[in-house]
Design a protein around this ligand. Sequence first.
Ligand SMILES: Cc1cc2nc3c(=O)[nH]c(=O)nc-3n(C[C@H](O)[C@H](O)[C@H](O)COP(=O)(O)OP(=O)(O)OC[C@H]3O[C@@H](n4cnc5c(N)ncnc54)[C@H](O)[C@@H]3O)c2cc1C
Length: 510
Amino acid sequence: MGLRTGQEYLDAIKVRNKAEIYVLGKEVKDVTTNPFLKPSVLAFKATFDAPWEEDTKDLARAWSPFINEEVNRFNHIHRSREDLAAKVKLLRKISHKVGACFQRCVGFDALNTLYITTELMAQHGKTEPKEKFVEYLKTVQKKDLALAGAMTDAKGVRTLKPSQQPNKDAYVRITEVTKDGIYVSGAKANITGVAASEEIVVLPTRAMGPEDQDYAVAFAVPTDTEGIKIVVGRQLNDARRLEGGDIDSIPYFYNHEGLVIFDNVFIPMERVFLMRDWEYTNQLVEIFAAYHRQGYGGCKAGLGDVIIGASYNLAKQMGVEKASHIQDKITEEIFLTETMYSAGIAASLNGIEVCPGCFWVNPMHANVTKHLVTRFPSQISQLAIDIAGGIVGTAPSEWDLKNPKLKEYIAKYLQGVEGYTAEDRIRMTRLIENVALGVAFQIESVHGAGSPAAQRIMFSRLYDLSYSEEVAKRLAGMKSDVHFKNSAEPWRLSETEKLASKTQKTKDNK
Ligand SMILES: Cc1cc2nc3c(=O)[nH]c(=O)nc-3n(C[C@H](O)[C@H](O)[C@H](O)COP(=O)(O)OP(=O)(O)OC[C@H]3O[C@@H](n4cnc5c(N)ncnc54)[C@H](O)[C@@H]3O)c2cc1C
């Protein structure tokens, strides 16, 4: 059965016996009931509910040729450009349900990355990784497993390669190889949803050379494995969840990130997909980054919608919704949101078939999408704060609202337009505070899928400056002939397309 319900997912992650999961310095066994992690588990659960809900079921289900069954899209390998677009749309829709990051995309992108990478390896004569990966994929799809994707290493000194680091474990590495498997040590940082996942798919975080081969490793490991320690990081307003209220922290849905420490963890050989294959790390990083950057056009647009709705409602609560500057600010929020989404859709519909039946996003559009996301969410948030008023930073707590001695005063002084209560105003204000200023919208938007500079490096690699120079020289009368490209875009091939086309050319020449 390739589709589980949300409840089946909750039951499956309840007990952790082997991995150590720490929240605020204390070990947690049941992540489903821990008040700190519960909102994150519920946000993850929304991805399992999606195939069963009327408005999302078509987007959330996909047919898998690997197991000949319907699977949850989060475990699907993209078979068409429409599949890529469906991903962006689904992410936008689930953001409407949870108002937070639902944490299943990194694993989704890691699966698709490994599929293309191992396929390219197979085309170059190394067939075993693909065979092992497809077996793993079938298990993931059949059991509808919840995956976290772990790429970002601790990284130590940023300018040094893994093998040059004073701390040899600054990047996850192979410490021993036996006939049955490998042992790995190191740590992956900022891993989304990891305590709520069942499996961690680990990828190398940068392109590597032969001297770094012990670090060129990709594998999958059950989250509940001996030697894995997860240190859950803090989020905005997180301690409010421990108060037990239902307004201030928006305690229903939230994401979490964690530091994942691998303390000499054994990985059976059938789960190792890259083992010292440093030659493929360049393409792997490019493939993953582009997939993940495309996805942000969906989820961040979805959070933009939540903030637009909240801004509009608060404007109405205060009677300013018809003021021209307020309307203009809401229009600007819409423009910023739809721009991110349009870029994500362009990255999908201009996707590239890099191997037969497997589709990668358009790398230029995907990088542009993410770069917009590094800027627009903070602009949307500023506009929302402008519209909401200073109360976003000063609202009384829900405990004041619920105190019989204060209730009447708060009801009287926080109410705006009749028909809305003070509680309505506080609830909507808290939504803006928690979503617009939260980690997913502010910090993940900047650093998730790579810091802003990483996308700028990609634009300059992909854009063929010398070609547009030739075009300009001709129009300026400096040059009479230009060999015009067939394509409209002055772009170069990505490393992945080059590797894929090399295989194609070799085949054509045979
Ligand atoms: C909320 C959130 C969720 C995330 N989820 C995941 C996840 O699920 N899985 C995952 O694998 N990763 C995840 N990430 C990690 C994300 O991919 C990284 O944060 C990102 O790649 C940046 O790495 P860093 O945080 O180590 O920043 P750094 O690399 O420390 O960057 C800090 C600054 O230094 C600059 N810099 C870095 N290296 C160099 C260099 N060599 N030369 C010059 N300048 C440099 C950067 O451009 C940046 O400006 C998440 C991050 C966040 C914030």
